[in-house]
Ligand binder design. Structure first.
Ligand code: UD1
Length: 359
């Protein structure tokens, strides 16, 4: 049985690793790893392969950055060639990025079976490119692996046959469980290098927060005020760095430090020790819930509502007064207690492997 895994951007790499590891023990399965090249910087891609113990991609489509249409089209054209040149039994796609929807579309036209890992998540916000990617991918996938029960409910509401849906848990948390000891072991070195003791951790890259200069300035000014209470460290996504440069805002002062994007282990070490996390990432909402770290999410909605209802996440929207009030509350010890959702236990990859090998 030949299985192709398709990955393209940073959050995909920690999702594919546990699935490939779990499938490696099945003797009748050959796995091929395709990287679309959506993310290509050393610190957005290569470092993750090394730290997650992922093999080098067997094939790199090298599509790079472009508009959504061009990026999606390039992936489709190049991936179609791979599928027509090989006899492929199953393609596994991950998350909600352009690489996910592009490769799924190619499979469905060639009638090659496709499984979507992290299916069923919905923000119900169709202005987000990722929401369109999720909706389309789920409609045309053959197997839908969901991280939590809200995913099953969303898919059922959209009329997807129950027999295709499998609640397997959260593969991203598999990687946290697996690598947390290694990340913890790096804390002494990381904290010394970055000169940290108590600190807040920030990541921002959503177009809705960073593409509009007025909005971005407002958010950064608010975080700058929070930095007067607790030092802030901000590993900055290339998209955001470009925008910060364009608006010419002077940051990077002693209490609000912008640094290059970090590798997986250093970032996990920081998350675990942070007094609070401010983010617009999807995966970080989940990781902080697992780690029990307070998370303030600068979005109006989330496709991961369980992190709010059960976990440590709070949605802030773009209400910066609320952000500062919530940050203050956390700094003063008012921490939201959370629980870890069902099946976020380090075994999701194995559950997927069990289903795939029994096909
Ligand atoms: C993509 C995903 C998003 C995910 C995010 C994680 C889509 C629609 N979006 O958003 O869901 O949360 O990745 O990072 O698929 N760039 C570089 N170097 C890189 C990668 C990107 O400089 O290695 C720059 C490029 O100039 C590019 C910009 O960042 O124009 C945005 O990259 P892109 O992959 O289009 O989207 P992300 O914002 O990273």
């Amino acid at each position: 049985m030949l299985i192709i895994h398709v990955v393209g951007a940073r959050p995909n790499f920690m999702k594919v690793a546990p699935v490939m590891r779990a499938l490696a023990s099945a003797p009748h399965i050959k796995q091929v790893l395709v990287h679309t090249g959506q993310h290509y910087d050393q610190n957005m891609s290569e470092v993750f392969f090394r730290e997650l113990n992922l093999r080098e991609p067997d094939i790199n489509l090298e599509v790079g950055s472009a508009s959504h249409a061009v990026q999606t089209a390039k992936i489709m054209m190049r991936f179609e060639r791979i599928l027509t040149d090989n006899k492929v039994d199953l393609v596994l796609v991950y998350g909600d990025i352009n690489s996910t929807v592009a490769s799924t579309l190619v499979c469905s036209k060639l009638q090659i079976k496709v499984g979507h890992v992290e299916a069923g998540l919905r923000s119900f916000d169709r202005t987000m490119p990722e929401e369109i990617n999720r909706l389309v991918t789920d409609q045309i996938s053959d197997l839908l692996f969901t991280p939590s029960d809200d995913g099953n409910q969303n898919l059922a509401r959209e009329g997807i046959d129950e027999s295709k849906i499998f609640l397997v848990g959260n593969v991203m948390i598999d990687t946290v469980v697996n690598l947390l000891p290694k990340a913890e072991a790096r804390w002494t070195e990381v904290s010394r290098r970055l000169g940290l003791s108590t600190f807040g951790l920030v990541t921002l890259h959503r177009p809705s927060n960073v593409d509009n200069p007025v909005v971005l300035k407002k958010i950064l000014a608010s975080i700058d005020r929070i930095a007067a209470r607790v030092p802030i460290i901000f590993p900055i996504h290339p998209r955001t760095r470009k925008k910060v440069k364009e608006i010419g805002i002077a940051l990077n002062r002693r209490n609000f430090r912008l640094i290059e994007p970090l590798g997986y282990l250093d970032f996990l070490a920081l998350q675990q020790k942070a007094a609070l996390v401010i983010t617009d990432s999807g995966g970080i909402q989940e990781e902080t819930t697992y780690l029990g770290i307070p998370c303030l999410t600068v979005r109006e909605n989330t496709e991961r509502p369980i992190t709010v209802s059960l976990g440590t996440n709070t949605l802030i929207g773009q209400d910066m007064d609320l952000l500062e009030r919530e940050a203050d509350r956390i700094i003063n010890g008012g921490i939201k207690e959370g629980k870890i959702p069902q099946y976020w236990d380090g075994r999701a990859g194995q559950r997927i492997a069990d289903i795939v090998t029994s096909l």
